[in-house]
Ligand binder design. Structure first.
Ligand code: ZN
Ligand code: ZN
Length: 57
């Protein structure tokens, strides 16, 4: 049995581990709803919104 090293959950083999990592531990970050760009922090996204889209919502 393969175990996830991050959360310790048991997964079915290497393929299962890959799916598990993608689903549970991938970090999509914050994405701009207007253009789809992804930022690693809320602050970065806010700056982007103010600079590129004029946050008027
Ligand atoms: Zn895990
Ligand atoms: Zn944007």
């Amino acid at each position: 049995m393969t175990r996830c090293e991050i959360c310790g959950r048991r997964v079915g083999g290497e393929e299962g581990l890959m799916h598990h990592m993608e689903k549970e531990h991938s970090d999509p970050g914050y994405d701009c709803r207007r253009c789809g760009l992804v930022f690693s922090s809320m602050e970065e996204m806010r700056t982007h919104l103010q600079g590129s889209h004029r946050y008027d919502g």
